[in-house]
Design a protein around this ligand. Structure first.
Ligand SMILES: NC(=O)c1ccc[n+]([C@@H]2O[C@H](COP(=O)([O-])OP(=O)(O)OC[C@H]3O[C@@H](n4cnc5c(N)ncnc54)[C@H](OP(=O)(O)O)[C@@H]3O)[C@@H](O)[C@H]2O)c1
Length: 269
């Protein structure tokens, strides 16, 4: 399918690893010039090197902490100064922190709650606010928010992650209406479990603890959670969905919440 993305520009937040890196690579393979944003300079440089070598498109990096308004504003200013990046067609909001603790989040203190909300909910809003002036107003503008299944149903222990994801799902609908004045579409991708580097380590650790192979552990975990396909999504499968939404082929899709969760949302309703 011809997606018609070649020559466009994208900013991918949280692009140094995991889903964001996968989406950036998929866009670059389609000829999109990509800007990668994350905090860690080393991870950004390595991701940029790999994507540049593989695809030959223009890849630039912006080191920024999206919990800090000044940092995001400075990132927008820096990107605008990069040759070929003064206009953005595609903005991927993906930065977020994975669940690293299993204790009850309702008992966390204010600072621990705030830390997560600052990244995913307020961070995404800051990025939209600061980069909006650079977005194309010709109907090619796309904001794609990577949310998560914990925003539509209980996913233990991810209470705060769920709060963030549901906030971003709501904001997607709100902004679809608001930004259409500027001919920009806004959609949410709602993944279940995705096989990122972090998830691979997580699954291997738990599989070992339970005396299982990674495949056995995942099949059991998914069955217990209601993911009836009994596996996680590959990063490339999520990236393919982002590619389609970013393209002209998806021009009539606006305000959508697109589940990619191996069937989890069927059980979640
Ligand atoms: N993996 C899953 O199973 C899954 C499932 C559903 C939804 N999701 C969602 O998908 C998104 C990506 O998840 P992932 O698993 O790919 O995560 P990941 O592998 O941990 O990558 C997170 C990315 O975000 C960046 N980041 C984190 N905090 C940041 C900050 N304050 N400012 C700027 N960049 C920041 C990280 O780089 P630095 O640390 O260098 O900043 C990294 O590039 C998240 O929003 C997550 O909630 C993931």
């Amino acid at each position: 399918m011809e997606l018609g993305l070649s020559g466009r520009t994208a900013l991918v937040c949280g692009a140094s690893k995991g889903i964001g890196k996968g989406i950036a690579r998929a866009l670059a393979r389609e000829g999109v010039n990509v800007a990668l944003l994350a905090r860690g300079r080393e991870g950004l440089d390595e991701a940029a090197r790999q994507i540049r070598e593989e695809t030959g498109v223009s890849v630039v990096t912006v080191s920024a902490d999206i919990t800090q308004a000044e940092s995001v504003a400075a990132a927008a200013q820096a990107l605008r100064a990069e040759p070929g990046f003064s206009t953005l067609n595609i903005l991927i909001n993906n930065a977020g922190a994975p669940v690293t603790r299993n204790d009850r989040q309702v008992l966390w203190n204010d600072d621990e709650w705030r830390e997560l909300i600052e990244v995913k909910t307020l961070g995404a809003l800051r990025v939209i606010r600061e980069f909006l002036p650079m977005m194309a107003r010709d109907g090619t503008g796309r904001v794609i928010n990577i949310t998560g299944s914990s925003g539509i149903a209980v996913w233990r222990p991810a209470m705060l992650h769920g709060l963030n994801n549901s906030a971003l799902i709501h904001t997607t609908g709100y902004l679809a209406q608001d930004l259409w004045n500027e001919r920009i579409t806004v959609n949410a991708i709602v993944p279940g479990l995705v096989g990122t580097e972090f998830r691979e380590e997580w699954a291997d650790g738990l599989a070992k603890q339970q005396g299982k192979t990674r495949e056995q552990f995942l099949a059991d975990f998914c069955r217990e959670r209601g993911i009836f396909m009994e596996r996680w999504a590959e990063v490339d499968e999520v990236a393919d969905l982002a590619l389609f939404i970013a393209s002209d082929r998806a021009r009539y899709i606006n305000g959508a919440k697109l589940n990619i969760d191996g069937g989890f949302s069927v059980n979640a309703r």
